[in-house]
Design a protein around this ligand. Structure first.
Ligand SMILES: Nc1nc2c(ncn2[C@@H]2O[C@H](COP(=O)(O)OP(=O)(O)OP(=O)(O)O)[C@@H](O)[C@H]2O)c(=O)[nH]1
Length: 636
């Protein structure tokens, strides 16, 4: 669109400039041509004026003397050297007015003056003759004019009468001079200046006609005269002169065959001696070529070329932008798809620095659920993974990453994160270090998965194996494990402890009387009271049914002391259990039988120790129940 607009503007500008400069140069050429035509017109006018001045001189000659002889006229004209100073003039002559009554006298006088064959022509009787008497140079074709009665020709007579009446030079219409031969016939014209008797110009028309003596005049062959004026100056300009209006019949002179398609044409009216010519100047090919300027065409071609170049550049640029836009769109789609994929993964996808505190470069949305911090907080540097990892787990993570770096493998590590709300999440992180070709480790890419539930499940399973599900006390397996540890510890530091075997008396009756649930409740309460009776580090376990075992560690330096202290704690337990139990609406009083045995570095087997305590408990049962019986352990 922009390219087409630029092309349209470029073309419009180019054509506009082309037209502007075309007009400019055309106007300039037209102006030059008009100046040239004006100059030519002035040359013609001044030349005609010069011819007229010659006639005025002739008229003055006649005014100065009563009779001007042929020789005097010859001398006058010869002295002007017209052939050189004013070329183009056919001759300079004098025509005398001869009334019919004086014709014979006139003929006789001229014939007597050396021209016996003199006669006035054309023949015929007329009232008034204007016979050419003198004509210089009196030679050549001019001789044909000698005796010619110019009054016989209406064209000439009109000019002569006008000259007579006005007393001023008068130009004749187009005519054919009597000097013409059969070849090179040219249009001609004449200029007359009246000569009055008395030497001066009378005031009125009648007086002028009455005083008219004759005319000094000059005949002109148009072509000869105009060529002498314009041949050199207007070589590249066509000129046509018309006597009056423009028409073929009025054509006085044409410098060449006029071309109808001249670019410049100027028409000037020219007023000469009381008659109007029209001069039509036409530019020739030579003038038009000389004044032709290629600049507008060059501007047009240059403008068109520039416009097309601009069009091409903008088009290419637009296509390039379209491709870029399409690529950017595809990239955005791919990025969105990738982001959706990452965000859809049930875990946290991340990229972070390889060293603590693991500043984050990218992290998916799910990190908020683990930490309470948004991805932006991480990527802006306001939070890092290190802020949330429990300090005691950090070393483990660093070791895993270091090992993976050394072995060029992925790493996997589980650790805990504390969220901002205080909740602890167990997470499993799998990652890989991005290493450049030159071995530089740049960042970590990995996934963090919340495994808190799995961890809890694992703990539950582990507890199932070691914990009594009713009372949540350690079970037999756990107890035996602790017993072994206790025996090992005893062997290490030589301290003695005691083991209490507690069995409730007639517990079956509780179930039978109050129901099994009440029995469970009583068992839980017994567990609670047992724990209250011992130290934090002692172990209270339930072996099953109504049988409980209490492991008391580090009671003394010998078996007797330990057994004694164990018996004291057993009594404390018996009293605690003797306290009534609230079983729903009922109150029940329960008694235990407790066997006590000491142990020390000499005891090898946990099972044997347990059997000994059991045996002590049976002694208590056998002795009447609700009592404690002790069996000393092995001394060692
Ligand atoms: N409510 C409840 N009863 C249990 C549970 N485990 C075992 N028992 C019952 O506890 C009773 C234990 O009875 P015994 O120790 O054999 O006999 P006793 O009634 O206590 O009599 P003496 O031990 O001889 O005083 C049995 O009736 C069992 O069914 C339990 O988890 N909950």
């Amino acid at each position: 669109m922009a390219a087409w607009l630029a092309l349209a503007i470029g073309l419009a500008l180019s054509i506009g400039l082309w037209q502007f400069f075309n007009n400019h140069f055309a106007n300039r050429a037209q102006e030059q041509f008009a100046n040239r035509a004006e100059a030519a017109r002035n040359v013609l006018l001044s030349r005609m004026d010069a011819y007229t001045q010659v006639l005025r001189g002739g008229a003055a000659l006649f005014a100065a003397s009563t009779a001007v002889s042929r020789e005097e006229w010859h001398d006058y004209v010869a002295s002007l050297n017209l052939a050189d100073s004013l070329p183009g003039i056919q001759g300079t002559g004098f025509a005398e007015m001869v009334p019919a009554a004086q014709l014979q006298e006139h003929l006789a006088a001229v014939r007597a003056a050396g021209f016996p064959d003199y006669r006035i022509h054309p023949p015929g009787e007329r009232a008034l003759y204007a016979s050419i008497l003198y004509l210089e140079p009196f030679s050549g074709r001019n001789l044909q004019a000698f005796g010619y009665d110019m009054y016989a020709d209406p064209v000439r007579r009109e000019a002569m009468q006008r000259a007579c009446d006005t007393g001023r030079p008068a130009l004749s219409g187009k005519t054919t001079l009597v000097q013409e031969t059969s070849t090179d016939v040219q249009p001609g014209f004449l200029i007359y200046l009246p000569v009055y008797r008395g030497g001066r110009t009378p005031n009125g028309v009648d007086e002028r006609r009455a005083a008219l003596r004759g005319f000094v005049y000059s005949p002109f062959r148009s072509d000869d005269m105009m060529r002498s004026i314009f041949a050199t100056d207007l070589a590249d300009t066509g000129i046509e002169l018309f006597d009056g209006s423009i028409s073929a019949g009025n054509l006085l002179y044409a410098s060449g065959t006029p071309s109808g398609d001249a670019r410049h044409v100027v028409v000037h009216p020219i007023e000469i001696a009381g008659r109007q010519w029209l001069a039509r100047f036409s530019s020739t090919r030579a003038f038009e070529t000389a004044n032709f300027s290629a600049e507008p065409d060059l501007i047009l071609i240059g403008g068109l070329a520039l416009s097309l170049m601009l069009f091409s550049v903008i088009s290419i640029n637009a296509r390039h932008r379209q491709r870029l836009y399409a690529a950017a769109t595809r990239l955005a789609q791919t990025r969105d798809e990738f982001r959706t994929l990452v965000e859809n993964i049930p875990g946290v996808v991340f990229r972070c620095e390889i060293e603590a505190p693991w500043v984050v470069m990218h992290v998916s949305q799910n990190i908020a659920a683990l930490t309470g911090a948004t991805p932006d907080e991480f990527t802006s540097g306001h939070a890092s993974f290190g802020d949330f990892i429990l300090p005691e787990d950090r070393q483990r993570i660093e070791s895993a990453i270091e090992a993976a770096y050394q072995q060029h493998t992925a790493y996997e590590v589980e650790y805990r994160m504390r969220a901002r709300d205080g909740r602890i999440h167990w997470v499993s992180e799998r990652g890989r270090i991005y290493v450049t070709e030159d071995g530089s480790a740049l960042w970590l890419d990995g996934v963090i998965i919340d495994v808190t539930e799995r961890k809890a499940a694992e703990d539950a399973i582990r507890n199932l194996a070691f914990v009594d599900t009713l009372t949540h006390l350690p079970n037999r397996r756990f107890l035996l494990d602790r017993l072994r540890q206790g025996l090992a510890g005893s062997r290490r530091h030589g301290r003695h402890g005691a083991l209490l075997f507690v069995d409730l008396d007639h517990f079956k009756q509780v179930n039978d009387t109050y129901g099994h649930e009440a029995g469970d409740k009583l068992l839980c309460e017994v567990a609670r009271r047992l724990k209250q009776c011992v130290r934090e580090g002692d172990t209270v376990a339930r072996l099953g049914g109504d049988e409980f075992v209490v492991l008391l560690e580090e009671l003394g330096d010998n078996g007797g002391e330990a057994c004694e202290k164990g018996a004291l704690i057993a009594e404390k337990i018996r009293s605690a259990i003797n306290a009534p139990f609230e079983l729903g609406d009922a109150r029940h009083t329960c008694t235990p039988s407790i066997g006590v045995t000491g142990y020390g570095p000499g005891d090898e087997s946990a099972e044997a120790l347990l059997r000994r305590a059991d045996a002590a408990m049976y002694c208590a049962k056998a002795s009447g129940r609700n009592r404690c019986e002790a069996i000393d352990g092995a001394e060692g």
